[in-house]
Design a protein around this ligand. Structure first.
Ligand code: CP
Length: 316
């Protein structure tokens, strides 16, 4: 079956179609409630998760399907040294579709090659998190009605934040984005992601250290958590973790229409007082995450949603 390891596995038309389908599902929850009846999702989570695992599972259950899986490798035979390939070959006998999160970059690709059913990358190390990106794109689209012609600031841990890498690469494919990359020197955007912006003729970027100086220019501010689990050195983490804290004072300098996104979990990079501001879009993002996973799971399973008419010839 067809897998989703990175969003490069989909055309921009297919991405648009998933966003459109997620929007349709939101308005037709009753009609789609049995569309995946008899189908089984397996969630193989080798790394902690709240949103991603629960939203993949909720998505399948809300479509009438069922769910199996493990959260934490200690519970499974991974703890005895079983390889990813053997695990997914095994689970392919039980499930119709697999979502996998793993601390190693490339793990989802390995899994997709071994599996006999579609595999969805639910985050592989510091590399990619494509379904988070779909949630981000759905949120930007719902706030602005478009993905292009925006100034998008990304702030915090731009080195280890896989959601940042997925989002920039995907926005570059749609084009017309002015990126403002806000990070300490030690947590700058990797070169392969910068190259992606440079190769997109209609995108531009600047790299800065000070959020206050640029916040007034932004349409979207994508805040990130400093990724403690990817640091080699505790002292470096402690020194860098409070580099940026978005609070009501900083938000007062931003446009009234700016949208604040964060993949969550947050630690303290967004003050809780910001949650009540209409610009806070991060819990909308959570909801969109479930809707895009409903769209993706049904599409990869080849399930038609009752009443849904495709926007183009993109298909999946
Ligand atoms: N955004 C996200 O991936 O959250 P979890 O780590 O809780 O799944």
């Amino acid at each position: 079956g067809r897998s989703l390891v990175t969003l490069d596995d989909l055309s921009t038309g297919q991405i648009q179609e998933l966003l459109d389908k997620a929007h349709y599902i939101d308005g037709h929850r009753g009609e789609v409630a049995d569309s995946c009846k008899g189908r089984l999702l397996a969630t193989l989570f080798y790394e902690p998760s709240t949103r991603t695992r629960l939203s993949f599972e909720t998505a399948m259950l809300r479509l009438g399907g069922q769910v199996i899986g493990f959260a934490g490798a200690q519970q499974s035979s991974v703890s005895k040294g079983e390889s990813i390939s053997d695990t997914v070959k095994t689970v392919s006998n039980y499930a119709d579709i697999i979502a996998i999160r793993h601390p190693k970059e490339g793990a989802a690709l390995v899994a997709s090659r071994a599996a006999g059913v579609p595999v969805i990358n639910a985050g592989d190390g510091g590399h990619m998190h494509p379904t988070q990106t779909l949630a981000d794109l759905a949120t930007i689209t719902s706030r602005f009605g478009r993905l292009t012609g925006l100034t998008v600031g990304l702030c915090g841990d731009l080195t280890f934040g896989r959601t940042v890498h997925s989002l920039i690469e995907t926005l570059c494919r749609f084009g017309g984005v002015n990126f403002v990359l806000i990070s300490p020197e030690e947590l700058k955007t990797p070169q392969y992601v910068i190259d992606c912006i440079k190769e997109s003729p209609s995108c531009s970027y600047t790299e800065v250290k000070d959020l206050t100086q640029v916040i007034g220019d932004l349409d979207v501010l994508y805040m990130t958590r400093v990724q403690k689990e990817r640091f080699f050195n505790e002292d470096d983490y402690l020194r860098l973790r409070d580099s940026y804290i978005l609070d009501a004072g900083k938000l007062a300098l931003a446009k009234r229409t700016m949208a604040v996104l964060h993949p969550l979990p947050r630690v303290n990079e967004i003050a809780v007082e910001v949650d009540a501001d209409p610009r806070a879009a991060y819990f909308e993002q959570v909801r969109n995450g479930m809707l895009v996973r409903m769209a993706l799971e049904s599409s990869l399973l080849g399930v038609e949603l009752p009443g849904y008419e495709s926007v183009g010839a993109a298909g999946m």
